[in-house]
Design a protein around this ligand. Structure first.
Ligand code: BT5
Length: 255
């Protein structure tokens, strides 16, 4: 991955990104310098694999009405339009996005990463990325926010999961365009594996990266012990000796 000489050279405009796209996803590549949220920038009539990206979001969102915050030009903020087959669990796409992001991050850093069920990508116990799968007008919009060049002081101070960026981890400023192109290709690959099989088809990539495995956790306020992500993408939790399978939810963990 190329290191960055000057921040000005770090463009994710179409001229920088399109020549680097290798798969079918990212066409069209819908870019604007500033937007409210990339999640609202894809017309549901576009082809599957269409990607929206912005340098800055004024209303970047997380799950459950939360905010996603990144200074202009510092991060990868993108959304991918997907048309999964009917009857599939959309919640699994968070994990599909998480796996794609984890693999991209690992290649960039040369370090291992973990997936904190259901939607965070972690390196060295810091959250480097968050994934958001939303359904709109019959399509799924899969959003990824990946912290790339933020300094420590540019990450949210009050986040319950400690945030990190690739730069806070290894001190390197990176060009975002090649990373973005890698991420789009990984999303395409992981999504196609998922589409052809089940989330179980990605289990070899998911299982070993399970951040919550064996941790003491609280799911939607209830205390328990995370067992593991199971082959259907649910979180198995032991609550007072009783086995539960959680399909989606809010997890806090003991640090
Ligand atoms: C997520 O939500 O982690 C999903 C974030 C998805 C963001 C992408 S950016 C591109 C696309 N367009 C959008 O508008 N959204 C998607 P959640 O698990 O709810 O985490 C949100 C919480 O993470 C916030 O309440 C903060 O505490 C924290 N947070 C906010 N910005 C962060 C950042 N840059 N890095 C790490 N943590 C952050």
């Amino acid at each position: 991955m190329a290191a960055l000489e000057t921040p000005q050279a770090d463009s994710i405009a179409p001229a920088a990104v399109e020549p680097l796209l290798r798969g079918g996803f990212g066409r069209p590549y819908v870019y604007s310098e500033r937007c409210d949220s990339t999640q609202t920038h894809l017309d549901p009539g576009l082809d599957e694999g269409a990607v929206a990206a912005c340098d800055e979001q004024t209303e970047g969102r997380g799950r459950l009405g939360r905010r996603w915050i990144a200074p202009a030009g510092s991060a990868i903020l993108l959304s991918v339009l997907l048309r999964p087959p009917a009857g599939r669990r959309v919640a699994e796409l968070s994990l599909v996005g998480g796996i794609a992001t984890a693999l991209t991050v690992e290649r960039a850093l040369g370090l291992s990463s973990q997936i904190k069920w259901p939607n965070d990508v972690m390196v060295n116990r810091g959250k480097v990325a968050g994934v958001l799968a939303e359904t709109r007008e019959g399509v799924v919009i899969l959003g990824v926010g990946l912290n790339v060049n933020q300094g420590r002081e540019e990450l949210p101070a009050d986040a319950p999961v400690p945030p990190a960026s690739l730069r806070t981890i290894d001190g390197v400023r990176r060009m975002r365009a090649p990373l973005l192109a890698d991420l789009v290709l990984e999303v395409e690959r992981a999504y196609k594996v998922w589409g052809a099989g089940e989330i179980a088809a990605l289990f070899e990539e998911l299982g070993p990266r399970d951040f919550l495995r064996n941790r003491r956790i609280w799911v939607d306020g209830e205390a328990g012990q995370a067992v593991a992500i199971d082959r259907s993408g649910r979180l198995e939790v032991n609550v007072g000796g009783e086995q539960r399978f959680v399909e989606s939810g809010e997890v806090r963990y003991e640090r």
